[in-house]
Design a protein around this ligand. Structure first.
Ligand code: KG4
Ligand code: ZN
Length: 341
């Protein structure tokens, strides 16, 4: 007999996504309609435009997810949706779609935290042994979590200002590399010298802190470029990209390694869009291996926003019968979840 099917819905930012996942780990479909080309001409996500496109795309994406999974609405056990954090207008499209489906079909509704959904991408591809430490680095978050089970996470530390992905996006913008910035910097850095510029590494060497800060680094890159321009010097974009990327990766690796050691983690997980960064994956894996620890990370397509991860996170809530009511609302800022359950 087939395991219960969860339909996941994700509309927190600029991807309209729906997926069907069986038993919290087998992906039957994972449809992602990206709006990246639409927002590219503005150099970043325009919230109002994102919401409108979600409205236009969401029904089609859900239909395609069911078709590819070879199932119908009647086969679903529950509907899981990202209800925050994210852009409120964008989140509302997914939340209202999910509530409508749950009501019309008489199926349970499950409200998923987007950050925990990123973590759950790992459960789709790995057998995770707990306790685990997870670094979630995305466009909106940079957090270190301590996890004792699939759905019990406590926050060890987070960024005080910009998220790592946000810094990648801003630096790419000033370098004229386009949007989204992370993949563009990742690519440009291949040809650059990571030691060409000595950019700051906040909280580095502080062994009692799991916090991050990337706004000083971002400002340092902007000021360096500005000063060079004033002197009539032409910066080598690849060198700037490589030096910036190295600074971000150094602190992410240092703090994740520290957290894994302090918490004696059995496994270390990487999640979120920045987890697609090749240097981060390589250097974190190597350093953790030196410590006798294993790094687990999802394939790049499951690192960036998708709905399979939402269905995977929703599975645990479904099993625990933690259902949401039809009064579920979008919650743009959602941090208190770490203390729940
Ligand atoms: O998780 P995600 O898709 O959306 C949010 O929840 O924010 O993450 C998007 C972020 C963007 O800031 C993007 O520039 C960054 O992830 N990103 C990367 C890479 N691919 C995506 N950052 C660094 N290197 C990459 N290869
Ligand atoms: Zn995300």
């Amino acid at each position: 007999m087939r395991e219960p099917l969860i339909l996941g819905l994700e509309t927190s930012c600029d991807e309209t996504a729906a997926a069907v996942v069986a038993g919290g780990r087998t992906i039957l479909s994972n449809v992602i309609a990206t709006q990246v080309p639409i927002h590219q001409k503005y150099g970043g996500v325009v919230p109002e435009i994102a919401s409108r496109h979600h409205v236009e795309l969401v029904n089609e994406v859900v239909a395609q997810a069911l078709q590819e999974a070879n199932c119908t609405f009647a086969d679903l056990a529950a509907i899981a949706v990202t209800h925050g954090p994210g852009l409120v207008g964008a989140l509302l499209v997914g939340v209202n779609t999910a509530k409508t489906l749950a009501y019309a079909l008489g199926k349970p509704l499950v409200a998923v935290n987007h950050v925990l959904a990123h973590v759950a991408a790992n459960f789709l591809v790995h057998e995770v042994i707990f306790p685990a430490v997870c670094l979630v680095a995305s466009g909106g978050h940079t957090s270190l979590l301590y996890m004792t089970s699939r759905n019990h996470a406590t926050l060890l530390g987070a960024t005080r200002d910009d998220a790592a992905g946000e810094a990648f996006d801003k630096v790419a913008r000033v370098l004229g590399l386009g949007y989204p910035g992370g993949p563009a910097v990742d690519k440009a850095a291949e040809q650059g010298d990571p030691t060409a510029f000595d950019f700051p590494r906040a909280f580095s060497g502080q062994n009692d802190s799991f916090e991050f800060s990337f706004s000083g680094l971002k400002s340092s890159v902007i000021n360096t470029l500005h000063n060079m321009k004033q002197k009539g010097e032409e910066p080598n974009s690849a060198d700037v990209a490589a030096s910036f990327q190295q600074a971000v990766v150094d602190v992410l690796v240092e703090k994740t390694r520290l957290a894994a050691t302090v918490k004696d983690a059995k496994t270390v997980l990487l999640a979120g869009g920045v987890a697609a960064n090749r240097l981060l994956r390589q250097q974190l894996e190597t350093k953790l291996r030196d410590d006798g620890r294993q790094l687990l990370c999802p394939p790049p397509v499951l690192c960036t926003d998708n709905a399979a991860m939402v269905a995977a996170a929703g599975w645990d809530l479904y099993v625990d019968q933690k259902f949401a009511g039809l009064d579920l609302n979008a919650t743009p800022v959602l941090d208190t979840v770490w203390q729940s359950k």
